[in-house]
Design a protein around this ligand. Structure first.
Ligand code: FEO
Ligand code: CA
Ligand code: CA
Ligand code: CA
Length: 644
């Protein structure tokens, strides 16, 4: 069933229907729209969708995508639309710190890995140099390294014989890289001895802790009796950037590293809620006590946060900002509200988990960077409840509110943020279909929530915001703040409206229950959307993770206008080599360069090995395993990516 948001049409008047207290009117309007669409044939409905979308887009900017669509692929290499170059810029193991040895796939060790680009690149931020310059030909790439795949990293690997040295190399390959890049002529180059270059890892980078959980007993360990400094950052997935020039790094699936018997610890219920079962995917607990929850029951409480990093100061100490809550953060998207307060949106990427928002107490001051660096330490955390009538309520997760009291085990805000999931559930948040990236369209002020898929939602568990059970292909929700478009939007309001932007899948296959623009081609429909970015024309660029499983074609990058006649007309721009997901999408300010992260090339459900991988991308050299890498896309002869 198509969903069209009529409230959005009111935005041009500067106020939404909700503002004027006409909820009933809104419900009636939505119901009549849905009833009307039901009576139409699919094609007619799609046309109605297009016309309504033109009104609903919240902006006149219709986007302008002029590239020739790529065909879907599923092979050993990457592909980009005709007329573009997609060059590999930096690979796992490439030297990026002075003194780093050249990559030797037969000798992957912690000491070398800490001076080389890490494994499984995910989030990419491009931070211009000099800071604040807006330069589009010189900057820092700040890249997350989410996880490692031992069978593809070590020759002759067998799980039973995994060594401490291999585990140490894994710790070193996790984390984050800051690496200087520069455009010379029409090609980008890595500056391997850049003064800002930095590798952050699970092995050697101390991270500070701030906000309500800093110093709390539940964060204290033998190695850190203060509960204020953590060795490392873990499962760094996607992220965000702030207008004061810092990078937000989201810690996601931290549960899979912890061994021991969590049920035997004082944190048993908390660990269970986060999926820590003592059946780790990794062997870290075998060699390092801190990953054994029986020996260090609080260690998992020190992960699952958003880490703020100042990449412009290579000596700066990154900080875990606990006010933003602890869960499996996919990303952390920052927008400065019209009144100067800073708003961070973040999804908890697990089936039937929630969408969160943090609103700072203080205000962004462009003239006082030092003050901005503590903005994320105090404010209000809330969680989204999507109503069938098209309203979205942000439920306050402040200690003492509603059920968040001592009677339910919350003694302070520290307990609330440490157990944000439990707090959200008690507050009545909507359980979503795996919220991945959240991104704001700077033109309309609308906020897009990417829901990648959900095999766990039963047919009788659907709701308006998660209308398919199971949800095999994923969908995207628009959260619509009141108060006007763009910079006038009130991202701190208690209530928004919401709508479904697209439902992925093949629109020609009724079983998929997809809804996209009627002109979407057989190559143009995506599956399992994950990360996204907006270009300056207001088009959304969707990177996918899981398309092969869902649909049999490689993951890649699809772009679509979100407003105008072509709203929801997704087009394929880039595809990954077999086994990879696509992450990152990150434009330079002039939109003439697009950085993409190709994560886990060659990863397979089974039979993965260094000796016979599904692909040897990008080197294609005998004996060299696949290497997660950053790809840089430019238009041949120059120009804006995607523009006609
Ligand atoms: Fe790390 Fe939800 O992807
Ligand atoms: Ca992701
Ligand atoms: Ca993003
Ligand atoms: Ca994913």
């Amino acid at each position: 069933m198509l969903s069209v948001n009529e409230a959005g049409a009111m935005q041009k008047t500067g106020k939404t229907l909700i503002d004027r207290g006409t909820i009933t009117e809104l419900i009636e309007l939505r119901l009549s729209r849905r009833a009307a669409l039901k009576g139409l044939g699919a094609a007619a409905a799609m046309t109605a969708f297009g016309a309504a979308a033109l009104r609903a887009g919240g902006t006149d900017a219709a986007g302008s995508l002029g590239f020739a669509e790529l065909e879907k692929t599923n092979d050993e290499t990457h592909h980009v639309a005709a007329g573009y170059d997609a060059d590999v810029l930096i690979r796992w193991g490439d030297p990026m710190i002075p003194g780093a040895p050249a990559f030797d796939p037969k000798a992957v060790r912690a000491a070398s890995q800490e001076k080389q680009f890490g494994y499984n690149c995910d989030f990419i931020a491009y931070m211009p140099l000099p800071p604040g310059s807006g330069a589009s030909d010189h900057g820092l790439l700040c890249v997350n390294h989410e996880y490692t795949i031992a069978p593809l990293m070590f020759p002759g690997f067998t799980a039973d014989a995994m060594t401490e040295a291999q585990v140490e190399a894994e710790l070193a390959a996790h984390g984050h890289s800051v690496v200087e890049v520069r455009k010379v002529g029409d090609k980008w180059r890595v500056v391997a001895d850049g003064v800002h270059n930095r590798r952050l890892s699970m092995r050697s980078t101390e991270i500070g802790v701030s906000g309500p959980a800093a110093g709390h007993d539940r964060l204290k360990t033998k190695a850190d009796p203060s509960g204020t400094k953590v060795m490392g950052l873990l499962n760094c997935c996607s992220g965000g950037t702030t207008p004061w020039g810092t990078v937000l790094i989201a810690e996601e699936n931290f549960h899979q590293y912890f061994g021991g018997h969590p049920a035997e610890t004082p944190e048993a219920a908390n660990h269970a809620r986060l999926g820590i079962k003592g059946e780790p995917e990794y062997q870290w607990a075998k060699f390092f006590e801190r990953f054994d929850v029986e020996k260090e029951p609080n260690e998992p409480n020190r992960f699952g946060w958003v880490v703020e990093l100042d990449p412009y100061d290579p000596m700066s100490r990154p900080v875990k900002r606990t006010a933003l809550g602890r869960f499996k953060h996919e990303a952390a998207t920052c927008v400065v509200n019209h009144d100067g307060r800073v708003v961070i949106y973040s999804g908890d990427d697990e089936r039937l988990e929630c969408v969160y928002r943090f609103v700072s107490a203080g205000r962004f001051d462009p003239a006082n960077r030092a003050a901005n660096l503590t903005l994320l330490d105090s404010g209000t955390l809330s969680v989204a409840m999507f109503d069938a009538d098209g309203t979205l309520s942000w439920l306050d997760l402040s200690h003492g509110q509603g059920p968040l009291t001592e009677a339910n085990g919350f003694k302070s805000q520290a307990d609330v943020v440490i157990e944000a999931r439990r707090a959200a559930e008690l507050a009545g948040a909507t359980k979503m279909d795996r919220p991945e990236d959240v991104e704001t369209n700077p033109l309309s002020g609308r906020v897009y929530v990417i829901l990648t898929n959900n095999s766990k939602r039963a047919a009788d568990q659907t709701d308006a915001a998660n209308p398919r059970g199971p949800n095999k292909f994923g969908h995207i929700i628009e959260m619509i703040p009141p108060g006007g478009a763009g910079a006038e939007a009130d991202h701190a309001a208690d209530r928004f409206t919401w709508d479904i932007f697209i439902k992925c899948g093949d629109p020609r296959n009724a079983d998929h229950g997809a809804s996209l623009h009627p002109n979407v081609t057989a190559d143009g429909w995506p599956a399992s959307p994950d990360n996204c970015a907006f270009d300056t024309a207001g088009n959304i660029w969707l990177a996918t993770d899981g398309a092969p499983k869902a649909a049999g074609f490689a993951d890649g990058l699809w772009a679509a206008p979100v407003a105008g006649e072509a709203r929801g007309l997704t087009k394929l721009f880039f595809t990954t080599p077999v086994g990879a997901e696509l992450c990152g999408p990150c434009f330079t300010p002039d939109n003439q360069t697009l950085f993409l992260a190709v994560q886990h090339p060659g990863e397979a459900e089974r039979a993965m090995s260094y000796e016979s991988p599904a692909t040897r991308w990008p080197d294609f050299a005998e004996g060299v395993p696949p290497r997660p890498s950053i790809v840089v896309v430019t238009k041949r002869g120059g120009g804006v990516i995607g523009a006609p």
